[in-house]
Design a protein around this ligand. Sequence first.
Ligand code: COA
Length: 161
Amino acid sequence: MDINLVIRQMRETDRDQVKQVIDLSFPRLYRFFAAHSLHEEGQVLVAEISRNVVGFAKLIDFHIEDKRYGCILWIAVHPSYRRKRIAASLTNNCVKKFKQEGANAVFASTQRRNIAALSVLDLQGFRRMGFLDLGRLFGWRIFEFYRDIWFAPGEIVLMHD
Ligand SMILES: CC(C)(COP(=O)(O)OP(=O)(O)OC[C@H]1O[C@@H](n2cnc3c(N)ncnc32)[C@H](O)[C@@H]1OP(=O)(O)O)[C@@H](O)C(=O)NCCC(=O)NCCS
């Protein structure tokens, strides 16, 4: 890719540009939750090109029993900058960051019909996890897991381990 892409932590001054990406990327209800999540616990990585923030990923981590896990809660790229592997790069950075911080696995979930998000996650080595797979991993704590990752109806869970 012939663009000067920088992936870094969000700064306070990036907030308006991240909100713009959110407004251009999500339906109304999701916009509200995505914008709200910027103020909540966790980290936000942004993708910057020529001093413009063109994408972001909101990350959270959680524990189940004594194990630590990461989750990519939201990810979006400005419509004018899509299909340039920016989301792929953000995802890759998120996974690396979580693994460096000691996560046992990194999760993401997205709507079944979100071909773009599913393609990005597949490409970055995530695999789909059904209820039985997650049950084997978490036992009866699976419901705690669904709550931790903000699982919504119609979504597929994916894992990178
Ligand atoms: C999902 C999203 C973040 C992808 O961002 P992106 O930067 O365009 O994705 P990338 O360029 O990294 O895509 C990597 C690969 O995934 C696949 N892909 C990406 N978008 C695709 C699409 N719309 N249709 C089919 N495949 C797609 C392609 O294989 C692509 O590689 P290629 O362009 O070389 O063929 C972006 O479409 C977006 O912001 N969508 C709205 C928000 C959203 O749905 N977020 C996910 C749920 S939180």
